[in-house]
Design a binder for this molecule. Structure first.
Ligand code: ATP
Ligand code: MG
Length: 251
């Protein structure tokens, strides 16, 4: 197998006259935890959508495990082993939390019967710390809990790569350590992660590499320490210097 899990070559995507992605190229190797950062409107979610079959790129190639996947429908991409969470969460509102995850397991996790699907779903809820919400209708969850439900649903697809689109939004800073631990435990399951995240403490706490998007273009790709001290990244996004632990340096 190729040493690249995912490879983007010159991917562009326009919405009318707006170039949301502009000639983006990078590779993801198995086992990486990549932090994808950039200002609001930079194209981060659009990049996830382009890679997971929601939007078809206008140009370029996307290769996942050696197979060109640009333009494939979202369900095929999910079946091939690439999952994602949605920034705007949309569970089946009246279905229980458990059955929302079981539905994902039946759909993409290769599980054929409901009993097994619910067992597997319960394990995913346990994993993200949502086991005590399992019987509730999904619509009754708080935003932070709906974000975790998204995570459990994406894990139920048994992915080899997962895109996490702001899964931590709405979490209190007290939940931060727990969040970091969940991300590390996902990685420990052998799942490669590309994480969109605004909290630099989280990004720097777990990322093995950082990508920076600005106006649809990739302006940095490298080791966290190198990327956060890059003047172009400080100017475009960070607005300040950070230590490698994610503490803002004042002055
Ligand atoms: N379906 C769409 N139709 C038209 N324009 C879109 C669509 N989706 C995104 N855009 C535009 O593309 C650009 C990139 O948006 P995107 O949502 O990818 O940014 P983002 O980096 O995820 O931002 P945020 O940090 O706010 O989530 C923005 O200008 C946005 O308005
Ligand atoms: Mg977004």
């Amino acid at each position: 197998m190729s040493q690249h899990l995912l490879q983007l070559q010159g991917v562009s995507l326009s919405f009318g006259g707006l170039k949301a992605l502009d000639n983006v190229s990078f590779t993801v190797r198995p086992g990486e935890i990549i932090g994808l950062i950039g200002p609001n409107g930079a194209g981060k979610t659009t990049l996830v959508n382009a890679c997971t079959g929601v939007h078809r790129p206008s140009k370029g190639r996307i290769v996942f495990e050696g197979m060109a996947i640009q333009g494939l429908p979202a369900w095929r991409v999910a079946h091939l082993g690439m999952a994602r969470t949605f920034q705007i969460v949309q569970p089946f509102p009246r279905m229980s939390v458990l059955d929302n995850v079981a539905a994902a397991a039946l759909f993409g996790g290769g599980i054929r019967n409901m009993r097994e699907a619910r067992e597997f779903a319960a394990a995913q809820l346990d994993f993200v710390g949502l086991e005590d919400q399992a019987g509730k209708p999904a619509a009754t969850l708080s935003l932070a809990h709906r974000k975790r439900l998204e995570l459990a649903k994406s894990l139920a697809l048994k992915p080899r790569l997962v895109w996490l689109d702001e899964v931590n939004a709405g979490l209190s800073s007290a939940d931060l350590d727990n969040t970091l631990s969940v991300i590390r435990r996902i990685a420990a399951r052998g799942i490669t992660i590309v994480m969109i995240e605004h909290l630099m403490k989280v990004v720097l706490g777990v990322s093995t590499r950082i990508l920076v998007l600005k106006n649809g273009a990739l302006i940095a790709d490298g080791e966290p320490a190198q990327v956060i001290s890059d003047p172009a990244v400080v100017e475009a996004y960070l607005g300040a210097h950070y230590t490698q632990d994610g503490e803002r340096i004042h002055g």
